[in-house]
Design a protein around this ligand. Sequence first.
Ligand SMILES: Nc1ncnc2c1ncn2[C@@H]1O[C@H](COP(=O)(O)OP(=O)(O)OP(=O)(O)O)[C@@H](O)[C@H]1O
Length: 312
Amino acid sequence: MSGQRSFPVDVVTEGPAEDPFARGTPEPDPIPGVEDVVLVASGKGGVGKSTVAANLACALARRGRRVGIVDADIYGPSVARMMGTGQGLDLDEQGRVIPAHSHAVWSVSVANALPPEAAVVWKGPLVAQAVMQMFREVAWPDLEILLVDLPPGTGDVQLTILEQVPVTGAVIVSTPQRLAAVDAERGIAMFHDLDIPVFGVVENMDAYVCPCCGERQRLFAEGGVELLARRRHVRYLGGIPLDPGAQELADSGRPLVVAAPESEAAKAFDRVAEAVERAVAQERRAREAVISDEARAEHEAFWEGLLEDEDD
Ligand SMILES: Nc1ncnc2c1ncn2[C@@H]1O[C@H](COP(=O)(O)OP(=O)(O)OP(=O)(O)O)[C@@H](O)[C@H]1O
């Protein structure tokens, strides 16, 4: 057998050195001023991820939370338009961006810094840099929850954020169509692989609610997203009905939750916000439990030391 395994066994068993998620990789530094970062993700584009992010932020703010949004969808930024924040961002004395503020939510988007119709034509490294600037070079006020509107899919931006930002959990958005649900499942798999808690799946545009009689009608086959949630052991956070006013309101910078709080869609967003609030609180308790375990170990070590001294 000797002489056959000449490669450096230690290196091989420790995994590739450049793997950013290799075991033992230190937790990324916290974002100054931010307690919890929650990602809003989707497998496919156009399923309503930005709509969910904007309305979820407003619903959390209405529930008394201090909330911000990072628009990490660099090539298709919608947050500035949906939140009605317009162009122009100021800098503070330290050269940090002062986030825009509307509907009691703070937000940053590349769209705040570009003319309305300008296309972002940047290569990957520049995009990664811009995304990280939106986390670390912004003068965030003290925030309880910073939502992140991700680009669709499981690409570079997702990996950059997961590598460099301490993420508390993710909310997945899908529409009822099978293809959207299949892609949403890929997103869930990515978060599970990287040990990021998935708070649940939101099924957007699942039904139409008649404005006259309030009758709720499914638009597509029922149950696919719920089934996906069960298969992946994540919570089904509920359906958001298609609201004919959503697009016009989004274009005028007033999310449904703010402009039509009594609508079925706004109430559904509030239920999602409540679930996210509870999931974040649960994660916080888990973090504190880890700290108190450490504190207990330190405490025990301290007393053990004293007892050993007494024995001497
Ligand atoms: N519940 C809803 N009712 C009616 N319209 C909706 C609803 N959700 C989203 N929309 C509309 O669907 C379109 C796509 O939504 P949105 O931009 O939020 O999707 P997205 O997943 O963020 O897209 P992408 O990431 O590809 O930019 C928008 O015109 C939006 O107004």
